[in-house]
Design a protein around this ligand. Structure first.
Ligand code: SF4
Ligand code: SF4
Length: 324
């Protein structure tokens, strides 16, 4: 019989290994980085990354550890992604996925296909993560959101972000309209790229100016249109978060939610608001164990374990895969 503490890590190890094995046995250009340098070594990388996934699961199975380890692992994800991009752009093409340049700004996942009239690999990858894990893209898988997570610091403030819905909807519509206009006017790729870079720079400025000050992920909550799409389309996946009747309205969990999803009214409504990414940080802030994961008819602890298995495995597999 396997010790209770090792079941979750083992499940993550196996799932990560299987996911990456499918990629490794693909006959075309090797997708696992090590395989590009030495034939057969991709299996060693898969083993190591699966061990990494198991280690993260071991740490995160205790809800108290989630805020700390999610911050570390999400940062690692982003550092690996951008380091490979920089090395790849410096002339070492093996560090790029296809070699086809794609601006690493999340907005491009939406605006790129509209402008080109063609789906991109990144868009397909993004949509697949929503189907598999709901909003986990915005809590562990996005290369850009990790910076907003860092900018918002440790414990968050109780200050409410006002006019969330109106700001998010307006920006989403503007981005779609802009991409359509650029396409209809046949604006050159160079000019469109500069506009996209400008959008990314404004996003970084928002992190520095607002997320740091407000101690919330203002960029991801209000500005990023991909975050808005995640907020809406996450409902295609059955995972949910709710607060049960044992809640004493102490409001301690509010300090743990950087996504502005646990304001006083949300807690009274017994469910986080639409910006919740199921990150699980708030579980560490609830001394009454009142915040729970839900998946169909499963018990809450089983639903949480299933969510951790899926998201951590995907996170680990994406570390091996997420390149441009
Ligand atoms: S809101 Fe945008 S930048 Fe933030 S995590 Fe989601 S996709 Fe990434
Ligand atoms: S309500 Fe909880 S799970 Fe949802 S985003 Fe906030 S901290 Fe994360």
């Amino acid at each position: 019989m396997i010790n209770k503490n090792f079941r979750l890590p083992l499940a993550v190890f196996i799932l990560t290994f299987i996911l990456l094995a499918f990629v490794q046995i693909k006959p075309e250009r090797p997708m696992i980085l090590a395989e590009r340098f030495l034939k057969g070594s991709g299996w060693a990388e898969i083993f190591l990354i699966s061990c990494y996934g198991a280690f993260v699961a071991f740490k995160m199975q205790d809800p108290m550890n989630v805020p700390h380890w999610r911050k570390i692992t999400w940062t690692i994800f982003s550092v690996v992604f951008f380091t490979q991009l920089i090395i790849g752009l410096s002339g070492f093409e093996k560090f790029l996925m296809t070699g086809k340049l794609h601006l690493p700004i999340p907005m491009m996942i939406l605006a790129g296909p509209i402008y080109r009239g063609q789906l991109s690999v990144m868009t397909i990858l993004f949509l697949s993560t929503i189907i598999l894990t709901g909003p986990a893209w915005c809590s562990q898988l996005c290369y850009f959101g990790a910076f907003d997570n860092l900018a918002s610091g440790g414990k968050t403030s109780k200050e409410i972000l006002r006019y969330k819905g109106a700001i998010k909807t307006t920006l989403l519509v503007l981005v779609i309209a802009m991409a359509l206009i650029l396409r209809w006017l046949n604006v050159s790729l160079l000019v469109s790229t500069f506009i996209a870079i400008g959008f990314g720079i404004v996003g970084i400025a928002i992190m520095i100016l607002f997320s740091v000050k407000r101690k919330k992920m203002v960029h991801c909550i209000l500005y990023c249109p991909i975050g808005t799409i995640v907020n809406v389309f996450k409902h295609v996946n059955p995972f949910r978060m709710y607060i049960d009747q044992s809640c004493t309205l102490c409001m301690n969990c509010t300090k743990f939610c950087k996504y502005d999803a646990l304001n006083a009214q949300d807690i009274k409504n017994l469910k986080p608001s639409i910006t919740c990414t199921l990150c699980g940080d708030c579980l560490a802030g609830c001394h009454h164990n009142s915040i729970k994961y839900k998946f169909l008819k499963m018990k809450p602890e089983h639903a949480r374990n299933l969510y951790l298995i899926l998201t951590i495995s995907l996170h680990a597999a994406c570390i091996a895969m997420a390149r441009i």
